[in-house]
Write a protein that binds this ligand. Structure first.
Ligand SMILES: [Zn+2]
Ligand SMILES: [Zn+2]
Ligand SMILES: [Zn+2]
Length: 312
């Protein structure tokens, strides 16, 4: 499991105020103008494509800032390779226990009791990136589609605001910026300073995608590749590919069945996409060779595991 951290922000399409995308969801209510900004599944897939594909190859703690223009929005994105941690005290979260954590409704940091939202990946990402297993540290307020009630400052005095036409006391709970006076029926639009006290502008906050690098692609799809070194089929109708995506250290061997479902992927093979070939023996072993090497690699056609010489 590999953690990829994300910080993502843009500007509201209605009022240009900063808009923090601190969770993966389609609808974001702008805290400044209270209007909705919609980001489609495709927008999300496009925004996170590099992070999902390039992120795992970075060194731990290494990050990549970028500016992405798409549709009417310009996004500032930072992604990096980092194990999920508490946003307050930086205590690391055990990625092997995310299954348990995500089953409970909330997870508190054992050190500072900060509540951290953990969930399994959602539909927006699952369709495109089958490797993403969990999302950690999102702002779960942003996942509620209906506008969240503004939080009244707890230490401060109650918010007093009177109707400008009849001076009656207005009841303000922060859900709607347009308030009607129950004494004279006037419609009052709450002024900026009051509205912003109820809906403080959010800071960008870091959240994480936890990726299983060995996850197989979704049914009926294959790994992505750019260089094809060799391809062959066996008598059962399985097909084997030796490919690389950008040619630098991402050489893989993989196999699909008759229905084009990926059976297995073997990564971490130190081969070059140039001059590498495969063959399959009559007794059903897969061999990988390169013209510039004087050794060959024997792989199991069942799961791609390396078959080493018995050293007895
Ligand atoms: Zn706005
Ligand atoms: Zn903490
Ligand atoms: Zn009134």
């Amino acid at each position: 499991m590999t953690g990829i951290c994300i910080e993502l922000k843009t500007s509201c399409g209605h009022c240009s105020s900063p808009l923090m995308l601190n969770a993966v969801t389609n609808d974001f209510i702008c805290p400044a103008c209270n209007k909705n900004n919609y980001f489609s599944d495709e927008d999300w897939q496009n925004l996170l494509d590099d992070a999902v594909k390039e992120g795992p190859g970075l060194n731990d703690g290494e990050g990549q800032p970028s500016t992405i223009m798409r549709g009417a929005y310009t996004y500032q994105l930072m992604y990096g390779k980092q194990q999920p941690r508490c946003g307050k005290c930086k205590t690391k979260i055990d990625v092997n226990k995310l299954e348990d954590y995500s089953a409970k409704s909330n997870y508190s940091c054992p050190k500072c009791s900060n509540e951290i939202f953990i969930r399994r990946t959602n539909d927006i990402l699952q369709k495109e990136f089958s490797g993403i297993k969990f999302l950690v540290g999102e702002d779960d307020d942003m996942l509620k589609v209906n506008p969240v009630k503004g939080k009244l400052p707890s230490s401060a005095k109650p918010v007093l605001f009177t109707c400008p036409s009849c001076a009656g006391n207005l009841e303000i709970d922060g859900t709607d910026r347009m308030v009607s006076c129950k004494y004279c029926d006037s419609q009052i639009y709450l002024p900026d300073d009051l509205w912003l006290r109820l809906h403080p502008v959010k800071e960008v906050s870091r959240w994480y995608m936890v990726i299983d690098e060995n996850a197989l692609p979704a049914k009926g799809t294959m790994p992505e590749w750019y260089y094809l070194s060799d391809v062959l089929s066996d008598r059962e109708g399985n097909t084997y590919f030796a490919t690389a995506d950008d040619g630098e250290g991402d050489f893989i061997v993989w196999s699909i069945d008759k229905e084009l479902n990926t059976r297995w992927i073997k990564k971490g093979l130190k081969f070059s996409h140039e001059r590498t070939g495969m063959c399959i023996s009559d007794d059903g072993n897969l061999f990988l060779f390169n013209e510039n090497r004087n050794s060959i690699l024997k792989l199991s056609p069942k799961d791609g595991s390396e078959i080493k010489k018995d050293r007895r």
